[in-house]
Structure formats: C-alpha cells, structure tokens
Design a protein around this ligand. Structure first.
Ligand code: FAD
Length: 404
C-alpha cells in the first residue's frame, strides 16, 4: 500500500494551500480532489479584500475580474449610501484562482489526483488508511496525517471523530446568478437587506466587468414553506429586472468554527470544513487560505518532530486564531446573532443611523473595532437598540470588546 507523510482531501483554496505548505517543507503529500479539474466547480460570489488576498498572492490580473473602489449599502426600502476606498478589494475569477493556488502546490512538489473521491477513514496503530475512488476504482493509501479540506459538506472531520456540528442558524444558505444588467456597476459592490428579499441575511451584486456580475443572496432560518430560490427570484425581479441570466449556483456557508475543536490526533480540518468563514458576510476565502497555510506548516513541523498528537496539533488552532483575530471573529459572530433577530423596521432604524455617518465617506482603513467604536460613539441610540434586542449583557459585551 502506498504511504504518504500527509494526505489532504479537497482541492479548494484551503486544501491547495495546505498541500503547498507541506510540500514546501519537504513533506511527501498527496492532494485528493473529487472533480476532474481544480476550480472546475466554484460556488462563490468571488469577493475578497486586498488585505486578505495579499497575505499570500500578488493581485494578478489573470485571476481578477474587477478591482473594487466603492461599496453601496441599501436599506430595505431601496435608499442607499456609498463609501469609498480605492482598491479595497477584488472580485476574483475563482475558476482561475483555484487552479492557480493548486498549481503553486504542484510546483512545490505535492502529488495530486483529480477524480479522486474520498470515501472513508480507518485508524490502525496511529496510522490512517484513507479510502477513495480514483476514476471510479477503489483505492487506499496510508498516512499519519490527514487534513480535511473537503468544503461545507465535509466528511473527513466526521470520519475522524471530530465534532463539527453547528446549529442551523450558523448556516448561510447562499445562492446566486451570474447575470448581466445595467445596475451591476464595475468597481462597485452592492449590499442589500430586507426580510422581503433576503430573509435574515443579505443580497449582493459583485461586478465582473461590463455590467456582468454575481448577484445573489444569503439567507438563514427561512419561514416554514419558503425556499431560498423564491427569495432570490423576488430580489432579482426587484433590483435587476430584465437581467439576462447566464448561470446559477447554490451552496451553504457554515460559520461558528471558533466554538469547535478543529484538530485531533493526526487530523486537522480547514476552511469551510472547519466552519471558519467570516460570520456576518459568510466570506470564507481568507479563512480557507490562512487555515490551509497554517495547518500545512504546523503539520510539517509536527511530522518532523514525530509527534502528531492532538496536543501538538493544537498549535494549528492557536496560530490560526492569532492571525485571524479571534476577538474580531467573536464580535462578528455576536453581531450576526443580533442581526438574525432584526426585522425590516429594525433594519430601517439602523440604516437611518448609519447613513449620515458613512455616506460619501472615504475610508482610510478597514478595521472592525475602529468602525464599531466610531458607530457606537457617534450613534449611541444604537447601543440602546442593541440592549432592547439582545439584553444588557450584550451591550456590556460590546462596550468591553469595542472599548467604549
Ligand atoms: C453562493 C456563495 C457565494 C460566496 N461568496 C463568497 C465571497 O464572495 N467571498 C468569500 O470569501 N467567500 C464566499 N463564499 C464562501 C466560499 O466560497 C468558501 O468559504 C470557500 O470556497 C471555502 O474554501 P474551501 O477550500 O474550504 O472549500 P471549497 O472551496 O468548497 O473546496 C472544497 C473542495 O473539496 C472537494 N471535495 C469535497 N468533497 C470531496 C471528497 N469527498 N473527495 C475529494 N474532494 C472533495 C470539492 O470538490 C472542492 O474542490 C461564498 C459561498 C457561496 C455558496
């Protein structure tokens, strides 16, 4: 039976990054991807901030569809305000980006198989047997270290005995069209709210040049009998009436990974498999890249030390949360919980408070704590509102965390 020092399951950004870091550190690693090509199926609006992308990559025009200079925020009634920051982010061409990340793993020396569908794990004397089908035929390899990068429907973590279940309210049900419509403006991303169109979530328009763009919604805890598709229909009919639709995709984005153990003896899970996407936006590319890279680096060190125990691999968890700023993630998670309890009247109230603070503003930096502090000191009514919605302990938490 073929033996590898590490096996990574899933060739999205998280898995390719993990395989790359392992290979760069001289580890014999196998990357398994069930699709026929890396980047073949991408379920994503493809937005990423400059700050996050440039942690690992130069913004290469090959995989960038649009450079973002502006963001527009809509109220449930269609009023809006606009903020600016030149080059704040990008809308990627993820089919190309994902393939590019996979290429960097191959160049570093990772072995990779496509049409390789992971099926199950067995553990014998501290070694994993990784079962998969390759072009439909059953295969098995041995390894002391498995990294699960198999996306939101992850099976690796479960098979390894990690407890990765999250409550239903921690899932964004995200679906979108790739469409063309004059309201999609190159260089500007738009965000929409309103229970009528984006139930307990938000809508987006992310441009990809020439009025083409990803237009979709993320919704949570839908009312009985409703479907996400019906909301998407309503949303597009209203804001993008007459759009020509060229594609559709849907999936879930799980969040709340800060409350989970994302590592165990000889195993780590990364990216969506570890439920690490940013809680409010559901943006998961940055966490996928960072968690993959950190897991790859820690895995390589642990292999060299001959210690793949759970306590050794905890360094993955600790370093990830240091880089991604656990306090900021927790704040976002709590704000999302409050957001889920808001209706359109609440959203109108919040919008009315935020518009005068931000409309036409040129942002100097993107810093969650700085802006939260600014908002609550300039609009203290929002603290009273938060107390009404979530209780006084939530406001104490906000005051402590934001520093007001
Ligand atoms: C509609 C929508 C819009 C989104 N928009 C954004 C956005 O604008 N910005 C952002 O940052 N995030 C966005 N996200 C979230 C983002 O797409 C994910 O967080 C990100 O792709 C996670 O990367 P990953 O590598 O963990 O998982 P994935 O990208 O899902 O990769 C997992 C890989 O594992 C493979 N795999 C799965 N099972 C197996 C198996 N059994 N064997 C072998 N391979 C397997 C899959 O084929 C896939 O290639 C969006 C998500 C959705 C659904």
């Amino acid at each position: 039976m073929e033996r590898y020092e590490a096996v990574v399951v899933g060739g999205g950004p998280a898995g390719s990054m993990a395989a790359r870091k392992l290979a760069e550190n001289g580890i014999k690693v196998l990357l398994l991807e069930r699709r026929g090509e890396f980047g073949q199926v991408v379920q994503c609006a493809e937005g990423i901030s400059h700050q996050s992308l440039s942690l690992f990559f130069n913004p290469n025009p090959k995989f960038i569809a649009s450079v973002i200079d502006e963001a527009r925020f809509y109220s449930p009634d269609g009023d809006y305000f606009t903020v600016r920051k030149k080059g704040v982010g990008y809308v990627l061409e993820r089919k190309i980006f994902d393939r590019y990340v996979a290429q960097t793993a191959a160049e570093a020396g990772a072995e990779m198989l496509t049409k390789a569908n992971f099926t199950r794990l067995e553990r014998k004397n501290g070694v994993w047997r990784v079962h998969f089908t390759y072009k439909g035929r059953p295969e098995v390899v041995e390894t002391p270290l498995v990294i699960g990068a198999d996306g939101p429907g992850s099976n690796v973590g479960k098979q390894a005995g990690l407890r990765l279940d999250i409550p239903e309210e921690d899932y964004h049900h995200a679906l979108e069209y790739f469409l063309v419509h004059p309201a999609v403006e190159d260089g500007r991303i738009d965000f929409f709210v309103g229970d009528w169109c984006c139930w307990k979530g938000y809508g987006w328009s992310f441009p990809k040049g020439g009025h083409y763009g990803n237009v979709g919604i993320g919704v949570t805890l839908l009312p009985e009998g409703e479907t996400p598709e019906r909301y998407l229909q309503r949303f597009v009919e209203h804001y993008f009436k007459g759009a020509r639709i060229l594609g559709f995709t849907s999936s879930v984005v799980p969040v709340g990974g800060h409350r989970l153990e994302i590592y165990g003896d000889g195993v780590m899970v990364v990216g969506d498999a570890a439920r690490l996407a940013e809680p409010i936006s559901g943006g998961g590319i940055p966490a996928a890249l960072v968690s993959g890279a950190v897991a790859g680096e820690v895995g390589a060190k642990a292999l060299k030390e001959g210690n793949l125990s759970k306590s050794r691999l905890k360094e993955y968890h600790d370093r990830f949360w240091e880089i991604m700023n656990r306090r900021e993630y927790e704040l976002a998670y709590e704000v999302r919980r409050a957001f889920l309890r808001m209706d359109d009247e609440d959203l109108r109230f919040v919008f009315k408070k935020l518009k005068p603070l931000f409309d036409g503003k040129e942002l100097d930096e993107i810093d969650a704590f700085k802006w939260a502090k600014y908002i609550f000191t300039q609009a203290p009514d929002l603290l009273l509102f938060a107390a009404k919605k979530m209780g006084p302990s939530f406001v104490d938490y906000l005051r402590r965390t934001v520093g007001i």
